[in-house]
Ligand binder design. Structure first.
Ligand SMILES: Nc1ncnc2c1ncn2[C@@H]1O[C@H](COP(=O)(O)OP(=O)(O)OP(=O)(O)O)[C@@H](O)[C@H]1O
Length: 680
């Protein structure tokens, strides 16, 4: 007996994916400008978002400035000493301001018809404000620690208790601010994601683009891009946006502190005096910029690797989903093993990508950790000569500068610390933008079609000089068109019953697709009725996973019809046994037999009663008796229906009065098929 190796997947040699990486052109990667403009649409435009950021930075500078601090401290001091009416006025002022802001918010939310931009602004403003407060609280903690440890060192018990209670107050405030900041950030995220998902879903389903996507585009997994990439994109973009804001603020705060403690540096050259204020700050900036450039050089591959990671994971999952969808077809061919091996191959690709990512991250980690360690030594080396030369420069000054430099460097290293997140953001953005481009390409292709389908009152459906082609990819993966049906002139008058016949693959279904505006490949003119209700029944009907009522009423809701109607149409379709299962929810497309599904589709026809009915081998799975009884019921129940049936069953000719037969076109060098029209 063959011994199975439990570790065989682990021992597989992973494939080389460098060709995939090379196939992503650098100019196709999402740049920051594109990401910014794309994000800004939610906030009302690029200038709006840019302006809001500048406004908030100014606001943050003001709120964190010393003048504001003195004002707040003065107000606190006065409130503490105030009594009676004066106290009420002093404490009531900020509460009144908050109340006015809340009421203004509610007013605008209710009066603006599209309050999306307003709410986005308000939420961002609130979150940015809380972010500013949390930075300020961090500074307060730094100040507090000095006072607290001084009190301990000087054994000042009274001061110790005062500082302890200040800590409790600060901590409560810090917890509240931190929690609410995260909460509002998440609220903003889900609102933005909802808005984007709505736009992308609309674009995907509008004008049947999801149908054309599969035919015209080589792009992988559009569904995953809508469901997951948009989620990742909004999460990372918001996280990085607020993170960048906080780091800019901390940079401001700690550079201010640095200015206080390190002083200026003076040069005396060419008889002129130069003063560089805050010189340690500038050194930290130069140090961080140099580090960032280096990290970008080391990690730049990561953007492509991240974009591919999403693709490989999605393909692996799609393969598993297909196994579920086609479970019966796979098991009947005993294809489970093949499917498992394919899973193994696809997962091998996922692993290979992960391995490459791991190596790049290793180099990145090596570089960024070395950068962080070097940053410990860098300020020491900068200050050591000054410490040894200047006796007034105390050990306390030295330590304070060291600490401030550390904080400053950390805020400046935001880009380095977030390199991986930025790469992931650009990777997901690349996939989202490619999807948007695909939608425009589909529109452009279909818009340029020489086959026009126009709603007109020509008393039925009219084909004038119509030729239909089928799309095919050539060796260079370009879309080419091959003639399928040529020179079609066909008039379907109201009440006609047409039987469309022809060899398999001759183009019968293609003709019906052209009427349904699902076939842009061809030329000529098709006139269709303006208002008439048309229904197309394919060979394999679609049923949603829902109650039988909903499966029948699809795409309308189940309330549109009553139970008596459902029961009648089930009886008319020879499905008496399903009458008591109307409320049962199931995957009807999988649990019903092929013939039952086709009969259920007929039940739908009886419910919806269309004026034009197109049956594309809609009875192919039925026995002759059932087929005959369904057609008889149909024509009895809807005697005025215009019927177009595509079928290989000759017995159906008795229910039709005209026929269109597709035969090979041997007279024309373009090949394909031509139509022969005659009365039955
Ligand atoms: N989405 C598509 N993309 C490319 N080619 C297609 C597509 N759909 C159909 N074709 C091709 O167009 C030709 C006509 O297909 P069509 O489905 O119209 O044939 P049919 O006459 O209805 O065949 P059958 O009787 O077997 O159902 C076939 O060669 C088919 O492979």
């Amino acid at each position: 007996m063959k011994k199975t190796n439990r570790n065989e997947w682990m021992n597989d040699v992973t494939p080389d994916l460098s060709a995939d990486e090379k196939s992503i052109k650098n100019n196709k990667l999402a740049g920051f400008k594109h990401i910014f403009n794309f994000s800004a649409r939610y906030w009302g435009g690029g200038w709006a978002l840019f302006g809001s950021l500048i406004l908030f930075l100014i606001f943050a500078m003001l709120t964190t400035s010393e003048a504001t601090e003195t004002f707040i401290m003065g107000w606190l001091e006065q409130t503490k000493q105030a009594s009676g009416l004066d106290f009420i006025v002093k404490t009531g002022a900020p509460i009144l301001i908050i109340l006015v802001l809340l009421l203004t918010y509610r007013f605008f939310c209710r009066t603006l018809s599209d309050n999306r931009v307003f709410k986005a602004w308000a939420l961002s403003a609130l979150t940015l404000f809380l972010a500013s407060v949390s930075v300020k609280l961090n500074v307060a903690f730094a100040m507090w620690s000095k006072a607290f440890y001084d009190a301990i060192q000087s054994r000042n018990e009274a001061e110790f208790w005062i500082q302890s209670s200040i800590f409790i107050a600060l901590a409560i405030f810090w917890v509240l601010v931190g929690t609410y900041r995260q909460f509002f950030q998440q609220l903003l995220q889900i609102r933005w994601r909802t808005w984007l998902t709505q736009i992308f879903s609309n674009q995907y389903f509008d004008r049947n683009r999801f149908y054309f996507f599969a035919q015209q585009e080589q792009q992988d997994n559009p569904d995953q891009r809508i469901a997951e990439d948009l989620d990742k994109f909004t999460e990372l973009a918001i996280y990085l946006y607020f993170g960048a804001y906080i780091s800019v603020l901390s940079m401001y705060e700690f550079s201010k502190l640095m200015l206080d403690i390190s002083g200026d540096i003076n040069f005396n050259h060419f008889g002129l005096n130069f003063t560089i204020p805050d010189y340690l700050f500038w050194l930290a900036v130069i140090y961080a910029i140099a580090g960032s450039l280096f990290i970008h050089y080391v990690g730049r591959r990561l953007i492509k690797i991240e974009a591919l990671r999403q693709r490989y994971n999605a393909s692996f999952r799609y393969h598993l989903i297909r196994a579920r969808e086609y479970a019966e077809g796979i098991t009947s061919l005993q294809g489970a093993n093949h499917h498992r091996e394919e899973s193994r191959r696809l997962f091998g690709i996922v692993r290979s990508n992960w391995n490459t990512r791991m190596w790049v991250l290793k180099f990145l980690g090596f570089s960024s950790l070395s950068y962080n360690q070097a940053s410990v030594l860098f300020p020491i080396l900068l200050m050591a000569p000054r410490y040894f030369a200047d006796k007034a420069f105390t050990w306390g000054n030295f330590m304070q500068i060291l600490r401030t430099f550390g904080e400053l460097r950390e805020s400046l290293s935001w880009f380095i610390d977030n390199y991986q997140n930025i790469a992931e953001l650009r990777g997901t953005a690349t996939r989202i933008f490619a999807l948007e481009d695909a939608f425009s390409r589909i529109d452009a292709f279909n818009g340029a079609s020489e086959l026009t389908v126009t709603p007109n009152n020509v008393g039925g459906i009219a084909f004038t000089h119509v030729s239909l082609s089928r799309p095919q990819l050539n060796e260079n993966e370009q879309l080419t068109l091959v003639t399928q049906v040529s020179g079609l002139n066909w008039h379907i008058s109201q009440g006609d019953r047409w039987l469309v016949t022809g060899a398999s693959g001759s183009g019968k279904s293609t003709i019906l697709r052209a009427i349904a505006q699902l076939w842009p490949y061809g030329k000529g003119q098709i006139d269709v009725p303006t208002k008439a209700k048309m229904l197309f029944l394919p060979q394999r009907p679609y049923f949603p996973i829902a109650t039988l009522r909903e499966a029948l009423s699809y795409p309308a809701t189940s309330e549109v019809y009553n139970d008596a109607a459902y029961e009648t149409v089930l009886e008319m379709s020879q499905l008496h046994h399903l009458k008591d299962r109307l409320s049962e929810s199931a995957n009807w497309g999988q649990i019903l037999s092929g013939g039952e599904q086709q009969r259920l589709a007929f039940a739908r026809v009886f419910l919806q009663r269309p004026e034009y009915l197109f049956l594309d081998e809609a009875t192919s799975a039925l026995d002759l008796e059932n087929e005959r009884s369904l057609y008889a019921t149909l024509l009895n129940f809807m005697p005025k229906v215009t019927l177009i049936s595509v079928s290989h069953h000759t017995q159906l000719s008795q229910y039709h009065n005209q026929s269109l037969d597709l035969t090979a076109n041997t007279t024309n060098e373009t090949g394909g098929f031509k139509a022969k029209i005659q009365a039955i």
